[in-house]
Design a protein around this ligand. Structure first.
Ligand SMILES: Cc1cc2nc3c(=O)[nH]c(=O)nc-3n(C[C@H](O)[C@H](O)[C@H](O)COP(=O)(O)OP(=O)(O)OC[C@H]3O[C@@H](n4cnc5c(N)ncnc54)[C@H](O)[C@@H]3O)c2cc1C
Length: 507
């Protein structure tokens, strides 16, 4: 460790606080240390923190579904999460729009996703925009715009938004009620393997460096951390091609009536951010706030290279906007701690810029107050494993059918400027094999890091699909224990029967 990193870190931090682009400062330090290694002399035995049948690593949408599915299937299940709460992008980056894709014709898999929605509603943890708007004229205006876009059925929006702070408690209740053992504030930093078979993980927490022994492990870290540590093959695009990261924030003291009227009257369409659609999306109404930031850039109020496009998600009657998915940065590698550090600091600096523009240029925001900045930047894309099957763009666009389906997902694509909304009832099967990594036994991977090509990622990264792969992997892990077979060799018919018994639509 005698390589002087401490003093270099201090100077980087100072530069970041002085407003110098933190990412480039971090990159400079990283470059100067590139290829440097030190001998690990720590060695020694590690204490066992826990032993379990199924270990799920990461408590986002995929990990929650995996753990709940595994426990419902009867396995002794432990869910480990590096932060102090579950929810992943939902709670860390304030993204409650788990089903914004839903239209009258849309079909879903149900399962844990439906369970989560029902529990959130029962606990007052979700919100429906039309129930918030008190002015009938305003409701009518908004509904007419939304109806034209097919977003309203029988006078009701087709989806509800999760209240993301509440969701921390909703997730706790789901985990505890399912009989999953929760473990928070604990990061997985290594794996234990016997040949090609995973036997557990190495953790770091306030309790020190320890070991969790597990018969089956599910990697739901979003970044495929466990798979990468296990030596399973994966791909990751160069960071110049990765999707953007976002610093999301919430705002209070908004005059909601004025703001919603502004959103409805500006009548923006998805063509502002969609480059390729399925022949019907580009002209659809979109609630995003775009022009105010464009005008601010033209007026020199924000630098031209700062990307701010605000997608508001969820309102409360008291005048809070629960999420503004607005501040976006490109060229960030979510597996580089220097990039993450730079993006966090720069993102928060840009949130303050966005607040200034909102107050000055967006009706209803004149007296707005910043409430919360997400606990972490939201990362959209990093590693993807190479699995037993790689799902493709053709599969998700052409209603693929698979013998090893673990659930369905609607024809909903949203990434890289591609938008296809499931207004038609079309859907594809999600194959079990995309969760099974090559080369390592008894490890499954769920969520956004499953095996697939670039275009299919526009569908598999969606939270609803992450819950399909999560629940599929969770139940598969539990069954593989009961069948005394590896995850690769389980009886898929029995897996499908168990998923159907849990309320999952698989065909
Ligand atoms: C800003 C933004 C907006 C989005 N908007 C939408 C939207 O509107 N609708 C939609 O459906 N999708 C949306 N997405 C995509 C979607 O949120 C993600 O693809 C999805 O959350 C991925 O789920 P996951 O469970 O795989 O990963 P995550 O949600 O990232 O959860 C991974 C969890 O694992 C934990 N973890 C990671 N590494 C470790 C480790 N080593 N040890 C222990 N724990 C670990 C993390 O803390 C986290 O809780 C958005 C994404 C972003 C970033």
């Amino acid at each position: 460790m005698e390589i002087g990193t401490g003093s270099r870190r201090t100077s980087m931090t100072r530069r970041a606080f002085l407003g110098v682009a933190a990412a480039s400062a971090g990159a400079a330090v990283a470059a100067s240390c590139e290829g440097t290694h030190v001998v690990n002399t720590a060695g020694g035995d590690l204490p066992v923190l826990a032993e379990t049948g199924v270990l799920v690593v990461g408590g986002g949408p995929a990990g929650l579904a995996a753990a709940i599915g595994s426990a419902h299937a009867g396995a002794d299940t432990l869910l480990v999460e590096r932060y102090g709460f579950y929810g992943g992008v939902i709670t860390q980056a304030l993204m409650g729009s788990i089903t914004w894709y839903r239209y009258a014709q849309t079909v879903d898999a149900g399962g844990v996703c439906a369970e989560i929605e029902a529990r959130a509603k029962a606990m007052g943890g979700s919100i429906n925009l039309l129930e918030v708007l008190e002015d009938p004229a305003l409701t009518e205006l908004f509904v007419s715009r939304a109806e034209a876009a097919g977003l309203v059925v029988d006078g009701k929006p087709t989806y509800e938004v999760l209240k993301t702070e509440m969701f921390k408690a909703v997730a706790d209740s789901l985990v505890v009620d399912a009989g999953v053992t929760p473990l928070l504030h604990c990061s997985v930093v290594g794996v234990l393997k016997d040949g090609n078979t995973i036997r557990g993980v190495i953790t770091e927490s306030k309790s020190g460096r320890q070991v969790i022994l597990a018969k089956r492990v599910i990697d739901a870290t979003g970044d495929a951390d466990v798979a990468a540590l296990s030596g399973a093959p994966f791909t990751q695009a160069p960071k110049s091609e990765l999707m953007e990261v976002s610093t999301n924030f919430s705002v209070s003291n908004v005059d909601l009536g004025t703001f919603v009227t502004y959103v409805a009257m500006q009548n923006r369409t998805m063509a502002d951010w969609v480059t390729e659609d399925c022949g019907k999306e580009k002209n659809g109404f979109s609630t995003h706030v775009f022009q105010a930031f464009q005008e601010a850039a033209e007026a020199g109020e924000i630098p031209s290279d700062v990307v701010i496009k605000a997608f508001p998600g969820g309102f409360t009657p008291g005048g809070s906007v629960l999420s503004l998915n607005a501040v976006h940065q490109y060229g960030i590698d979510p597996t580089s701690v220097w990039d993450l550090t730079g993006a966090e600091i720069e993102g928060r600096r840009r949130v303050l810029m966005a607040m200034d523009v909102l107050r000055k240029r967006v009706p209803g925001f004149e007296n707005a107050e910043l409430s919360t900045i997400g606990a972490s930047i939201g990362c959209r894309e990093s590693r993807k494993i190479q699995g037993e099957y790689q799902i493709t763009g053709d599969d998700v666009r052409n209603q693929a059918r698979f013998e090893d389906s673990i659930g369905i997902f609607p024809e909903f694509l949203d990434a890289y400027g591609i938008l296809c909304l499931p207004t038609t009832g079309r859907y594809f099967h999600v194959p079990y094999r995309i969760t099974v990594p090559q080369g390592v036994e008894n490890l499954l991977v769920a969520g956004r890091c499953v095996s697939g090509d670039r275009v299919s990622y526009a569908a598999t990264r969606q939270m609803g699909c992450c819950m399909v792969t999560g629940q599929g992997a969770g139940v598969a892990a539990a069954l593989s224990l009961q069948q005394n077979r590896t995850c690769r060799q389980i009886d898929v018919g029995m897996l499908q029967a168990a998923l159907v018994a849990q309320g999952v639509r698989i065909v």
